[in-house]
Design a protein around this ligand. Structure first.
Ligand code: IPM
Ligand code: MG
Length: 358
C-alpha cells in the first residue's frame, strides 16, 4: 500500500521520539512492501517560532491532505507566557477540531516486563491492568467560552462546558463499540451529582445501552473513578468520558502501568484519517539528551497502522518488537528500576533495539 503520513516533530524532546518512530515505520514499509511518503507539518511551539501561529491553516491543510498524522508532543516553557489563543496547546486543540477527531482512545495496560515499575502494590497489579479510556476530544470545557474580565473591581475568569446530544451520542457509540470488541464492560465517568452536562451524558448513554444488551454498562462519578483506578483497576474494561475528565484520568491510568512514556493514543473521527500521539508531554527538561522514551510514539505509529491503514500484522510486529526489547532487559530511564538483568539505554538505542527485533 502507498500511504502519506504527515509528521509533526513537535517541541522539547518530541523530535527525538518521532525520529525513532519514523525509523520503525520505514523498516515496516520495507519488510511488508509498503511505501510511506512523509510530509512535514508544523504545529505548537515550532509553528509559533516559524509562522507566529501555533497552527496556520497551511499546516492543517497538510494534515488534512495526508492519510494520517503522527505527532510527538508540543509545548514548553519558552511559550508559556503567551496568551491562551497563541499557546502551543491551542495548536493541538485546533488540529484535533480541524480534523474532526472526536474519539480519543488511550489504552492503559501493564506490560508484564514492567510490573515492578508500577507504583501500585503487587497484589493490585497481579489482578491485571488492561483498560481503555475513550475520551471525548473536541467538545466540553476545552472548546467552551473562555474569558478573563473585571467584576466588582477585581479580575474574574470563566470557562464554560457545553455538550450537545449528538456529540455525546457519537462518542458514546464508540465507547459501546470498543467494549463489544473487548470484555464487554463500559463505564461512563461523569459528575452527574453536580453537572448538567453529565446528566445529559447519562441520559444519552442510557439510551444507547438499550442497543447494546451484551455490554455490562455502569456509571461512576469522576472522583470515585480516580480512586478506583488506583484501588482496583482490574474492574475496568472501557471508560467513556468527557474531554477534561479523560485528560486527567488517562494520565493517572498511564502512570499505574509503570510509565506515561509507554502509552500511545489514537484520535479518530468519522473517517479513517487519524492523529496518533503519545499521551505524554514534550518533556522540555530532558530535551536533547537522548534519554526520552520513544516507545509511546512507536506504539502510536503501530496504532496508526492498525486503525487508519488496516495493517494489523504490521502493528502486531511493532508491538511484539517492543515486547522483545523489554524482554531483553532494555529500559529507558523512565522505566529503569535497576532490576537484575536490565540495562539503561538512551532514546536512539531503544529505537535501534526495537528495529533489530522487528
Ligand atoms: C493531552 C494533553 C493535552 C490535552 C494538552 C497538551 C492540551 O494534556 O493530550 O492529554 O489536555 O488534551
Ligand atoms: Mg493530558
Amino acid at each position: 500500500m502507498d500511504k502519506t503520513i504527515a509528521l509533526i516533530y513537535g517541541d522539547g524532546a518530541s523530535p527525538e521520539i518521532v525520529t525513532q518512530a519514523v525509523r520503525v515505520l520505514d523498516a515496516v514499509a520495507a519488510k511488508y512492501g509498503h511505501t510511506f511518503a512523509y510530509t512535514r507539518a508544523y504545529m505548537g511551539g515550532e509553528a509559533i517560532d516559524k509562522f507566529g501561529d501555533p497552527l496556520p491553516q497551511s499546516q492543517l491543510d497538510i494534515c488534512l491532505a495526508s492519510d494520517s498524522v503522527l505527532l510527538g508532543a508540543v509545548g514548553g516553557p519558552k511559550w508559556e507566557g503567551l496568551p491562551g489563543e497563541k499557546r502551543p496547546e491551542k495548536g493541538l486543540l485546533r488540529l484535533r477540531a480541524g480534523m474532526g477527531l472526536y474519539a480519543n482512545n488511550r489504552p492503559a495496560r501493564i506490560w508484564p516486563q514492567l510490573a515492578a515499575a508500577s507504583p501500585l502494590k503487587d497484589s493490585i497489579v497481579q489482578k491485571g491492568i488492561d483498560f481503555i479510556v475513550v475520551r471525548e476530544l473536541i467538545g466540553g470545557v476545552y472548546f467552551g467560552e473562555h474569558k478573563t474580565f473585571e467584576k466588582d473591581g477585581e479580575r474574574a475568569a470563566l470557562d464554560t462546558m457545553p455538550y450537545s446530544e449528538h456529540e455525546i451520542r457519537r462518542i458514546g457509540r464508540i465507547g459501546f463499540e470498543t467494549a463489544m470488541q473487548r470484555r464487554k464492560k463500559l463505564t461512563c465517568v461523569d459528575k452527574a451529582n453536580v453537572l448538567e452536562t453529565s446528566r445529559l451524558w447519562r441520559a444519552v448513554l442510557a439510551d444507547l445501552a438499550g442497543e447494546y444488551p451484551e455490554v455490562e454498562y455502569n456509571v461512576m462519578f469522576v472522583d470515585n473513578a480516580a480512586m478506583q483506578i488506583c484501588k482496583d483497576p482490574a474492574q475496568f474494561d472501557v471508560i467513556v468520558t468527557e474531554n477534561m475528565f479523560g485528560d486527567i484520568l488517562s494520565d493517572e491510568a498511564s502512570e499505574i502501568t509503570g510509565s506515561i512514556g509507554m502509552v500511545p493514543s489514537s484520535s479518530l473521527g468519522d473517517g479513517t484519517r487519524g492523529l496518533y500521539e503519545p499521551i505524554h508531554g514534550s518533556a522540555p527538561d530532558i530535551a536533547g539528551q537522548d534519554i526520552v522514551n520513544p516507545i509511546a510514539c512507536i506504539l502510536s505509529a503501530a496504532m496508526m497502522l492498525r486503525y487508519s491503514f488496516g495493517m494489523a500484522a504490521e502493528a502486531d510486529a511493532i508491538e511484539h518488537a517492543v515486547g522483545a526489547a523489554l524482554d531483553a532487559g532494555l529500559r529507558t530511564a523512565d522505566i529503569y528500576a535497576g532490576a537484575p538483568g536490565t540495562q539503561k539505554i538512551g532514546c536512539a538505542a531503544m529505537g535501534s533495539a526495537i528495529l533489530a527485533r522487528l
